[in-house]
Design a protein around this ligand. Structure first.
Ligand code: SAM
Length: 264
């Protein structure tokens, strides 16, 4: 019997109804390239494998690998990458077909993992993730909402965000202290706004939300003058949590114009 490891964020799903809803939301089809992050003891892995016949998984905990391979026997072709997903190269795996990525994620690494994945968004068709409910709220938050922040702007620049359903902590063993939710992230084929240089959006959003109660003229002082903020069509007296993704992109483009030669 495997003892769940806290340091690997191991909360195993046991609720058959929730497992079924996740698999239905993914709707796996034979021939698709599906990658599961953190298969654990196979709660989602086996139904996915039954539906599509072949699956690749990335699991860090060595002790889970052999039992998982044994459990998958007879369900289909399971390819196990025993690796840290934060270092996993999805782009190399993708080849011709874009990937469908699925996972009940280890919550302790969810934010760095989301950033790792969006850097590889061009090879990803969609992602279905179980996350802490508050993280899903931050991913999908609109301007003016208290949850709207750096994660919302950066993820929404890369993906369409669809929160799907909530999951109570009793669905897991052991039960986590937080509630959970399942979200679908679909990378845009065309970015939602014309951005000149991604590193400038990333810098600008980080700076803006470093002090979310202050006005943009104050938080952005190290990067843009009041005139530049106005030239982007943004009110310098606005607070960072009130302006839209398109306005962030316009501000980032001002920054690029100011420093055109900066290396990427
Ligand atoms: N999918 C299983 C389920 O639903 O019952 C397990 C989910 S559990 C929340 C997270 C899983 O991610 C665990 O199996 C854990 O060992 C694995 N994991 C944790 N950190 C990881 C990392 N850095 N890279 C890959 N897998 C990781």
């Amino acid at each position: 019997m495997h003892k769940p490891r806290k340091r690997f964020g191991q909360n195993f799903l046991h609720d058959a109804g929730i497992i079924q809803r996740i698999v239905q939301a993914v709707s796996p089809q034979p021939g698709q390239r599906i990658v599961e992050i953190g298969p654990g003891q196979g709660a989602i892995t086996l139904p996915l494998l039954d539906a599509c016949g072949k699956l690749e998984v990335v699991e860090l905990d060595r002790d889970l690998i052999q039992p998982l391979a044994d459990r998958a026997a007879g369900h289909g072709e399971l390819i196990i990458h025993q690796q840290d997903v934060l270092k996993f190269d999805f782009t190399a795996l993708a080849g011709e077909d874009r990937l469908r990525v699925v996972g009940n994620l280890p919550y302790n690494i969810s934010t760095p993992l989301l950033f790792h994945l969006i850097r590889q968004a061009p090879v990803i068709r969609d992602m279905h993730f179980m996350l802490q409910k508050e993280v899903v709220e931050r991913l999908s938050a609109a301007p003016g909402n208290g949850d709207y922040g750096r994660l919302s702007v950066i993820i929404q620049y890369h993906c369409k965000v669809d929160p799907l359903f909530r999951v109570k902590s009793g669905a897991f063993t052991p039960a986590p202290k937080v509630n959970s939710a399942v979200v679908r992230l679909t990378p845009w084929r065309q970015p939602p706004a014309a951005l000149d240089r991604y590193t400038d959006l990333s810098r600008l959003v980080r700076e803006a939300f470093s002090q979310r109660r202050k006005t943009l003229r104050n938080t952005l002082k190290p990067l843009l003058s009041v005139e530049h903020i106005e030239a982007a069509g943004v009110d310098p007296r606005a607070r960072p949590e009130t302006i839209t993704l398109e306005q962030y992109v316009a501000l980032a483009n001002q920054l690029t114009r100011l420093e055109p030669d900066e290396r990427l």
